[in-house]
Design a binder for this molecule. Structure first.
Ligand code: ZN
Length: 190
């Protein structure tokens, strides 16, 4: 299997592999997958991804794959992103085929877990080859944002943007809740 195939397999929902039909959203919701706790699961998955030791390879996809396949929370994270994508499709009455939605969900999860631009690694400036130093030139890959772009196929930009905005809002809520919890716990212990 090629790296690309293994990668797609690792990052895409398991529903694609089992060929499960529509109605998955209802199952996820029934299992308590509100969007709020989907965001919480994603948050945890990113923390796990960040904490994993990264192998060294000149191919970022290979490097990422090495991390993904060892992650404990990857399955849950795939389900969580899939739930958010499906709910968004339902709400916006987007009638993409399931296979297309799954691909979008996979790309979103991929970029979510590793959000840094692959060229400048989030530094926003073009690296000088073989020196480990940065040049004074703004990275052209990310236009100096430092962020990795989500790959979008024709006609998917608006939908993908919509999911990203929603995801941002959900994560903001989760982090506010976590900050409040930590604050209260801190107050309890003083
Ligand atoms: Zn960049």
């Amino acid at each position: 299997m090629s790296i690309e195939d293994s990668y797609a397999r690792a990052i895409t929902s398991r529903h694609l592999r089992t060929g499960a039909g529509a109605g998955d959203t209802d199952v996820l919701i029934a299992a308590g997958w509100t969007r709020g706790n989907a965001a919480q699961v994603l948050w945890r998955a990113r923390a796990e991804y960040d904490a994993m030791p990264k192998g060294r390879s000149n191919c970022r996809a290979t490097e990422r794959l090495g991390v993904l396949i060892r992650m404990q929370s990857l399955g849950q994270a795939r389900d969580a992103m899939w739930g958010i994508v499906q709910a968004h499709a339902k709400r916006t009455k987007t009638d993409f085929e399931q296979v297309r939605l799954l691909a979008i969900s996979g790309r979103l999860l991929d970029t979510f877990l590793d959000p840094l631009c692959e060229t400048c690694l989030g530094t926003r400036y073009k690296p000088v080859p073989n020196t480990g130093r940065l040049s004074a030139t703004v990275c052209s890959e990310c236009n100096g944002s430092g962020a990795r772009r989500v790959i979008v196929d024709d006609g998917e930009a608006q939908f993908t943007r919509g999911v990203l905005d929603e995801l941002d809002a959900l994560l903001l809520r989760v982090s506010a809740r976590m900050a409040k919890y930590l604050r209260e716990r801190h107050n309890d212990s003083v």
